[in-house]
Design a protein around this ligand. Structure first.
Ligand code: NAP
Length: 306
């Protein structure tokens, strides 16, 4: 595969940054990759495991001379990081991010970037419940979607180049506007995470009554919830604080459906329950047929866990 960028800077060295680094190495997509994370500990780990060709002690140093800068930090600090790197960006460079929310990130980052720097927000729809510099792997983005969310008037060549990087990293790329992205993700990712957090919280309360039975007899449904609910607390706090409206809209609809199912159970309306579960089963089949998951009971992620 051909090199897409001469110098890439990764700001934040967690799951997504480390996976992107290994995917870039696998595909020969970047000349030199520099990296920066805020803690000494993460930078030391990165040096130890060879994550990045050069680990820098400041974000400013990492972005110097980079033709692509990828912000891989929690959504809540994107603006602060953009302000920090802005004076050090090379003219003509592209700044992108991997944040799970787009409208808020555009509002945070956009105003800090100087003229002549291309800003192309992005979101790879791939992840695990693991975080940190050791959690990444080159295959994370294979056959997953990466959504590019360019603001109006963005340079077409700069978009094509970023698309080539993500395709080289294994992803399928599509463009979308920020508001639509945030609503789609509220349905497919953000609200389900909140529901998983709630279910695990409820079971935890119950555990105090039933001792260890919740864990001992943990069945597949609950175990899948616990995997999702083990996701990084900082990342998910920021997702809900920054994609507030779309998430609340979807949770409102969820609550209405939940009440309808509750009523069906109370009134013994088996037809309602059966019809509902038949409809939802077809959605699962559709996801598997689209190659976005396997039929394995652990959601196909067992082999990837680090
Ligand atoms: P992660 O594994 O927790 O890593 C976050 C990294 O950001 C860490 O290296 C952390 O440094 C660094 N960081 C935090 N605050 C910083 C700051 N102020 N300045 C510089 N570095 C800072 O997170 P991740 O899962 O890779 O997520 C990164 C981004 O990708 C988030 O915006 C998230 O929404 C998005 N995303 C995540 C997933 C997923 O499933 N995990 C999927 C798609 C997109 P320290 O280690 O030194 O604290």
């Amino acid at each position: 595969m051909a090199q897409v960028y001469d110098r890439v800077a990764l700001i934040g060295l967690g799951l997504i940054a480390s996976s992107l680094f290994w995917a870039m190495k696998r595909g020969g997509l970047a000349g030199e990759v520099t990296g920066y994370a805020r803690s000494d500990e993460t930078r030391a780990t990165a040096r130890e495991i060879g994550l990045c060709d050069r680990v820098c002690d400041s974000a400013a140093e990492a972005v110097k001379g980079a033709d692509l800068v990828v912000l891989c930090v929690p959504v809540g600090v994107m603006g602060a990081v953009a302000a920090e790197i802005a004076p050090h960006l090379a003219p003509g460079a592209t700044v992108t991010d991997v944040g799970s929310v787009k409208a808020d990130v555009i509002a945070q980052v956009g105003p800090h970037l100087p003229e002549g720097v291309h800003f192309i927000p992005a979101h790879p729809l791939a992840g695990t419940e693991h975080s940190g510099p050791r959690s990444g792997f080159a295959e994370l983005f294979d056959n997953r979607w990466c959504l590019l969310v360019p603001v109006e008037g963005t340079d077409k060549d700069a978009i094509a180049r970023l698309r080539a990087l993500w395709e080289g990293a294994g992803a399928n790329v599509e463009e979308m506007d920020a508001e639509h992205h945030d609503l789609v993700l509220a349905v497919t990712s953000h609200a389900p995470h909140l529901i998983a957090y709630t279910m695990v919280g409820v079971a935890d309360d119950l555990r105090r009554v039933t001792d260890s039975e919740v864990i001992k007899y943990s069945a597949a449904g609950f175990r899948d919830f616990t995997r999702i609910a083990a996701s990084d607390p900082t990342m998910w706090r920021d997702v809900f604080l920054t994609n507030k409206d779309a998430t609340l809209e979807i949770l409102g609809r969820f609550t209405e459906e939940l009440f309808a199912l509750q009523r069906a159970i109370r009134t013994g309306d088996g037809d309602h329950l059966h019809a509902y579960f038949t409809r939802t089963r077809a959605i699962r089949r559709g996801i598997i047929e689209a190659g976005q998951d396997t039929d394995a009971p652990d959601f196909g992620r067992g082999a990837r866990k680090s």
